[in-house]
Ligand binder design. Structure first.
Ligand SMILES: [Fe+2]
Ligand SMILES: [Fe+2]
Length: 164
């Protein structure tokens, strides 16, 4: 499998995962805060584990993808659970997008374990995730963050961002 096959990896998932090529920042910043702290903390961790993917070597690629898979399972399960337990109305497409990403992660992991792809392909996969995240967070996670804040606090989230 080469870097080009990554498109295939994503395409095998049930739905298209949109990638915003213009925003593939690898660094977490307060601009990404959505105002629901339990979610924001997990999103900051997302940036740390994906950075491990884009900086891994052939020797530690499997460990990096294992760490990302562990993160993704808990990240997505937590959000799915919030959506289900509070009957969040537009939950279906959000849950499907999580499942599509997880499916791709597992395919990449299996290919690394089988020695079919090297660190370079894992780097590309990490960049793909950095490109995917902003759109997912802006359109799906942000709505859930607002909903959860309303559920727990009775109001819209107030985001306090540090200024430089
Ligand atoms: Fe999220
Ligand atoms: Fe999400």
């Amino acid at each position: 499998m080469n870097a080009r096959d990554l498109t295939h990896v994503s395409a095998t998932a049930d739905i298209e995962v949109p990638v915003r090529e213009s925003d593939t920042s690898m660094i977490w910043s307060d601009a990404r805060l959505l105002g629901f702290t339990p979610m924001d903390d997990v999103h900051e961790e997302f940036y740390e584990v994906v950075l491990r993917l884009v900086t891994c070597t052939d020797t530690n690629a499997l460990a990096a993808i294992d760490a990302f898979e562990k993160h993704a399972v808990s990240h997505f399960e937590q959000e799915d659970e919030w959506m289900r337990t509070t009957n969040f109305p537009p939950r279906d497409c959000h849950i499907k997008e999580h499942a599509a990403v997880l499916k791709s992660v597992r395919e990449v992991r299996a290919a690394v374990e089988a020695g079919k792809i090297n660190a370079e392909v894992v780097h590309d996969f990490g960049m793909h995730l950095f490109g995917w995240f902003p759109g997912h967070a802006d359109y799906l996670d942000s709505a859930l963050a607002a909903w959860m804040t309303k559920q727990t606090m009775g109001g819209k989230p107030v985001v306090l961002r540090r200024t430089k």
